[in-house]
Design a protein around this ligand. Structure first.
Ligand code: SF4
Length: 185
């Protein structure tokens, strides 16, 4: 019996270095890079190339969604001052996952998952609530997991470092980019 097809939303090479191996025993995994939040535009390519390197190592198909920063910016309008894990992040995650679910629906995937919960800076309850809501909306199952469990974040970082791929030092959007540079002085 064939494994169910799962579309795995990934955001970078680091998160792509560990989660696929957890899914591959049970699912036919396709990696989906959907990240119009990224700033500057060159960051989209840097993280894409790193994510593709890891997908290739796992032997899974890698698909890239269009980069549409104007649409993303509209989705978080009025939320510039929100802290990380606040309302802006909720809208950002919903924007990317909604597009992932829509692609899954159009292309016959029965399941969607995301690597986002592998980071300790992300709230797994928020991610999974968004995923569950979108699953109802699109009629595609959501596999909500906390990939941090079992030391997932540390393993991801170690593997990415060993692979020599790009490892970012900020979440991704212009707001997190500026905040990071301010902290660096
Ligand atoms: S901090 Fe990260 S999750 Fe929050 S809006 Fe920016 S890119 Fe999205």
């Amino acid at each position: 019996m064939p494994k169910p097809r799962l579309l795995l939303h990934v955001c970078c090479g680091v998160c792509s270095s560990y989660v696929p191996e957890r899914l591959l025993p049970d699912f036919d995994v396709t990696v989906y890079y959907e990240n119009s939040n990224l700033y500057p535009s060159s960051e989209f390519g840097r993280r894409r190339d790193a994510a593709k390197t890891m997908a290739d190592r796992y032997g899974v198909t890698f698909l890239e969604a269009p980069y549409e920063p104007i649409a993303w910016t509209r989705s978080v309008a009025g939320m510039a001052q929100e802290p990380e894990r606040g309302l802006r992040c909720t809208s950002c995650i919903r924007f990317r996952l909604d597009r992932t679910f829509a692609f899954a629906k159009e292309n016959g995937f029965g399941w969607v998952a995301t690597t986002l919960s592998v980071s300790r800076r992300k709230d797994v309850a928020t991610i999974n609530a968004i995923g569950d809501g979108l699953a109802d909306l699109h009629g595609v199952e959501f596999l909500g997991r906390d990939w941090k469990k079992g030391n997932g974040e540390v393993i991801s970082q170690e593997r990415a470092k060993a692979a020599g791929i790009y490892r970012q030092d900020y979440c991704g959007c212009v707001y997190s980019f500026v905040l990071r540079r301010q902290r660096d002085g």
